[in-house]
Design a protein around this ligand. Structure first.
Ligand code: ATP
Ligand code: MG
Length: 381
C-alpha cells in the first residue's frame, strides 16, 4: 500500500526511478537512511546511514529544535560524504498524529471522491478535518444494503506534524516527495521478502524506542494499523526502576539479558540480576504490549472477511532484537512468532554497524522502495 499527501506531489517527474529516492526514517532513538537499487527482481541496498541520535516528539507533536538541528547537520554531512546527487526524499510518520481507518464510501469517481473526501472522512477522524492531510486508497467495490459502495483505507495525518517533517527534509537540502506511514513501509519490505504474505493474515509489529506500530493484513490487504505507546525506552525505564540505576546501564542490561527463560536461570552465575531484569521486561510486555495486541486481534476478528485467524506475528524494529521476545509472545499468544530482518531478502553490504542494527532499518528500507508518483491514493483537494 502506498501513500503520500497531495501538497508534496507538485514536482513529480516521470523520469524518477526507485534508486533515486533517499529514505529518511527519523526515529526517536536514531535516524536510519536507505537507498535501494532494483535490478530485475533483486533489491540492493546501495547506501545506508545510521545516525545514533534521533528526534523525540512530544504528545502534541512538537520536536526539540536542538535535536532537529543536530540531525539535520548529520544527514547533510552523510549525503555529502556519500556524494549522493539525487534530492528526492521520502520520510514516514507514525504515532498519535496519523490515523489509519478501513472505511466504506458511497460509490463515486476518483475525482468526486477527491472533492468530497473531507466531508466523507469527517465521521472517521477524531481531529478537526481542516487540520489534517487526507489520502484514501481504494480497495474494491462492494454492495451494502443494496447500495454500491467502495472499501478504502483512509489515512489522515496532522498537517503541522507533516509540515514540520517537510521542513526538516528541506533543511537537509532535500526535496520531500513522499510522506508514508511507518506501518505501510514495514509491510512493503516484508511482503517483498515473503511471497506467501498474501496467503494468510499477518500481524506485524515494528517495535521502536518510543512507539510500536501494529498492523494486521488479511490476505495481503492491511486492515488494521495502530500505534501503541510501547517501545524500548519503556522497557529500559522499567529496568531503571528495578535497579535504581541510570538509563544507559538499564539499556545495557536489557540488551544483555532480554527475557531469560526460567530453565536457563538455574545455571547462571548472575541468576538474581537476570531474573530481576526478566521480571521488569515481562511486566512491560504483558501490560503494555500483549494487552494491546490482544485488543487489536479481537477487533480484527470482528471485521475479518475470511474469518481466518491471525496466522503469524512478525517482529521488527530495534525492539525486535530483545532476546527471547519472540518465544515469550509465542507462548502467551499461541501464535507462531518470527523476527524479521529486512536485510535477509535484499543484497546489502556486510558492515558490522548495519548488521547490528538490521531490524531497525525495516521502515527505512520499505520507504526506499517508493518512488514519486507510484501511489494511486486519492488525496483531498
Ligand atoms: N539487542 C537489543 N535488545 C533489546 N532492545 C534493543 C536491542 N537493540 C536495540 N534495541 C532497542 O530498540 C530501540 C530502537 O529501535 P528503533 O531504531 O526501531 O527505534 P526508533 O525508530 O529510533 O524509535 P521510534 O520508532 O519509536 O521513533 C531502542 O529502544 C533499543 O533499546
Ligand atoms: Mg522507528
Amino acid at each position: 500500500m502506498k501513500f503520500d499527501f497531495q501538497s508534496l506531489l507538485n514536482k513529480i517527474t516521470s523520469i524518477s526511478k526507485v534508486g533515486d529516492t533517499i529514505a529518511i526514517d527519523l526515529g526517536q532513538s536514531s535516524v536510519k537512511i536507505a537507498r535501494i537499487k532494483k535490478a530485475g527482481d533483486v533489491l540492493q541496498l546501495t547506501d545506508w546511514g545510521f545516525i545514533p541520535n534521533g528526534i523525540s516528539t512530544n504528545p502534541t507533536g512538537e520536536t526539540n529544535p536542538e535535536e532537529v538541528a543536530e540531525v539535520v547537520k548529520s544527514v547533510r554531512s552523510f549525503i555529502s560524504s556519500k556524494g549522493i546527487k539525487s534530492k528526492i526524499a521520502a520520510t514516514s510518520i507514525m504515532g498519535n498524529f496519523v490515523i489509519v481507518r478501513y472505511v466504506k464510501f458511497p460509490k463515486m469517481s476518483p475525482d468526486e471522491l477527491s472533492k468530497s473526501l473531507r466531508f466523507e472522512a469527517e465521521e472517521f477522524i477524531p481531529f478537526d478535518i481542516s487540520d489534517v492531510y487526507l489520502s484514501a486508497e481504494l480497495i474494491r467495490d462492494i454492495e451494502e444494503e443494496g447500495q454500491p459502495k467502495m472499501e478504502a483505507v483512509l489515512v489522515a495525518a496532522k498537517r503541522d506534524v507533516v509540515d514540520a517533517r517537510i521542513g526538516m527534509l528541506r533543511e537537509m537540502g532535500l526535496d520531500p516527495m513522499i510522506i508514508d506511514v511507518d506501518g505501510f513501509c514495514a509491510n512493503n519490505i516484508y511482503e517483498f521478502c515473503h511471497p506467501d504474505y498474501a496467503g494468510s493474515n499477518v500481524l506485524l509489529l515494528n517495535i521502536g524506542a518510543q512507539m510500536t506500530t501494529l498492523s494486521i493484513s488479511e490476505h495481503g490487504t492491511i486492515r488494521v494499523v495502530r500505534d501503541i505507546p510501547f517501545g524500548g525506552n519503556l522497557l529500559s525505564n522499567l529496568v531503571v526502576n528495578a535497579f535504581a540505576c541510570d538509563f544507559t546501564q538499564a539499556e545495557a542490561m536489557k540488551k544483555q539479558y532480554g527475557i531469560v527463560p526460567s530453565a536457563e536461570l538455574e545455571s547462571m552465575s548472575d541468576a538474581e540480576t537476570a531474573e530481576q531484569v526478566t521480571m521488569a521486561l515481562i511486566q512491560g510486555v504483558d501490560e503494555q504490549l500483549i494487552t494491546e495486541m490482544q485488543r487489536s486481534i479481537d477487533y480484527f476478528n470482528t471485521i475479518s472477511e475470511t474469518g481466518e485467524e491471525v496466522g503469524r506475528v512478525v517482529l521488527t524494529g530495534g525492539g525486535a532484537q530483545l532476546k527471547n521476545l519472540d518465544k515469550y509472545l509465542n507462548r502467551q499468544l499461541d501464535i507462531p512468532v518470527e523476527v524479521f530482518n529486512p536485510l535477509d531478502g535484499i543484497e546489502h553490504p556486510d558492515d558490522a554497524e548495519l548488521l547490528e542494527n538490521a531490524s531497525s532499518f525495516c521502515v527505512a528500507i520499505g520507504l526506499a522502495m517508493r518512488k514519486p508518483g507510484d501511489s494511486s491514493a486519492i488525496r483531498a483537494v
